[in-house]
Write a protein that binds this ligand. Structure first.
Ligand code: DGL
Length: 276
């Protein structure tokens, strides 16, 4: 059975994992959260790219992966080229779903809600230029929402008021200038944000379509996985979830990881431990 690794800076990758698992229920899944370096969305591009490579190299070895999913927009939009040049396995990245959002928007006004790093990426400029050049795109970067999603995953209740504060600048109404020109579609360009879907719905001043990349990634992974043979045989394995630092905050994630079907939550081995 093919061994699929899901990587993110935190718990956001679980939203991508869910989408992939629903199309490939029999694959073996492994998860890696780089909680030690989290959050990625406030860090410099080079630092994120190098760190993603370091941690993913260890993850690929520790889990003996056949396929790696970078379930983090912030990492994918800056590190995919580097990862593909250094790691010898198929790699699928997650980038903001600008194209489907542009296709679905009737008003021509779409929002991009992502981390502060992602909204500034050249990769994102190019996506908008290519697929939404005739649309008005409102970009909002928020790290606070990433933290709120992390807190929710650890069992906290997220006040809708805090979410409303973070998304209010998305909801610009141009309809006074031109009738029907009002935001109607928002791209969730950070994998943490679907974890706050209920709060986002409640916090919106008017209804919009929320688009994430989960199902597109799931069908890409399904296609790739159908052509892969596992390097280490056919056995079924209830996978391991790793964190890069097993501190008390990471330990609070244990129940969630077990609920999602992982067997155990461990600290990712360091390079010297992997060579033994
Ligand atoms: N989940 C990540 C993403 O999709 C980012 C979270 C972070 O800032 O670390 O961009």
């Amino acid at each position: 059975m093919v061994r699929i690794g899901i990587f993110d800076s935190g718990v956001g990758g679980l939203t991508v994992y869910q989408a992939i698992k629903s199309t490939l229920p029999d694959a073996n899944f492994y998860y890696c959260s780089d909680n030690e370096f989290h959050p990625y969305g406030t860090k410099a591009d080079d630092a994120v790219a190098q760190r993603t490579l370091d941690v993913c190299s260890r993850f690929v070895m520790a889990a003996e992966l056949d396929l790696l999913v970078i379930a983090c927009n912030t990492a994918s939009t800056v590190a995919l080229g580097l990862l593909r040049s250094k790691l010898n396995l198929p790699i699928v990245g997650v980038v903001p779903a600008i194209k489907p959002a542009a296709e679905k928007s009737a008003s021509g006004v779409i929002g991009l809600l992502a981390t502060p790093a992602t909204i500034k990426r050249i990769y994102v400029d190019e996506l908008i230029q290519r697929f939404a050049s005739d649309h008005h795109v409102i970009r909002v970067g928020s790290s606070r929402l990433v933290e709120l999603a992390e807190e929710k995953a650890r069992g906290s209740v997220v006040p809708v008021e805090l979410v409303r504060e973070e998304i209010k600048s998305l909801f610009v109404d141009f309809s006074r200038i031109e009738k029907s020109m009002r935001l109607d579609t928002v791209v969730l360009g950070c994998t943490h944000f679907p974890l706050l879907r209920d709060e986002l719905l409640q916090a919106s001043p008017w209804p919009v379509q929320w688009i994430d990349s989960g199902s597109a990634i799931a069908s890409r992974v399904q296609n790739l996985a159908s052509g892969l043979e596992s390097k280490i045989g056919k056995s079924r394995d209830q996978g391991t979830a790793w964190v890069t630092r097993k501190d008390s905050s990471a330990a609070q994630l244990e129940p969630l990881m077990l609920r999602f079907g992982f067997r155990v939550l461990l600290e990712l081995p360091r390079p010297d431990q992997l060579l033994d």
